[in-house]
Design a protein around this ligand. Structure first.
Ligand SMILES: C[S@@+](CC[C@H](N)C(=O)[O-])C[C@H]1O[C@@H](n2cnc3c(N)ncnc32)[C@H](O)[C@@H]1O
Length: 160
């Protein structure tokens, strides 16, 4: 994270690759920096932010990008019934983690679609880590942990 709000460049670069040609949902727009990066390759991106001041900054940054739809409000309310998406970037609104949130996220993802969760400490055990337990053990997913930097990992899961 940079300034506590934006994915680091290594994660943005990974997302730009994984998003290519896909319809993407981003949970947590913040200031729209990563949405702008994803928009370079994605077919479309819907991005949701609940903080009105951040939404205003993001809308200014993303204005003119025809494949970006910035939405204001709670991500679960705004994305309910939308999709399916080829990639969901889980970067806000996950905590407190519970099964109903995972189910809502899974419902957004098409078969063969990806869930990307960044900001993970590398190499930690799955057991006892609520995010890893879901992404690595849910039988509807297959997941891999990828090092973005020496001290930051990303988990990428595909919906079977
Ligand atoms: C880590 S930041 C997002 C960074 C952004 N994805 C980027 O890389 O540029 C997380 C954001 O999620 C927002 N957020 C948290 N819970 C949310 C919710 N339930 N609905 C919408 N936004 C939420 C926060 O206000 C915060 O701006």
């Amino acid at each position: 994270m940079t300034g506590g709000a934006t994915a680091i460049p290594e994660v943005q670069a990974l997302l730009r690759v994984l998003a290519a040609g896909r319809d993407v949902a981003e949970m947590g727009t913040a200031f729209g920096e990563t949405a702008a990066t994803i928009a370079e390759t994605a077919r479309s991106i819907v991005t949701v932010e609940r903080d009105p001041e951040r939404v205003a900054v993001a809308r200014e940054r993303l204005a003119g990008l025809g494949n970006v739809e910035p939405l204001e409000g709670d991500v679960y309310e705004q994305l309910r019934g939308r999709g399916p998406f080829g990639l969901v970037f889980v970067d806000g609104g996950l905590r407190p983690v519970d099964q109903s949130r995972w189910e809502a996220i899974l419902a957004l993802v098409e078969p063969g679609g990806l869930i990307v969760k960044d900001d993970m400490s590398p190499g930690r055990p799955v057991e006892g880590d609520d995010v890893r337990e879901f992404l690595h053990r849910d039988p509807r997913l297959a997941a891999a942990e990828i090092l973005a930097t020496h001290d930051m990992a990303v988990i990428v899961a595909v919906r079977r």
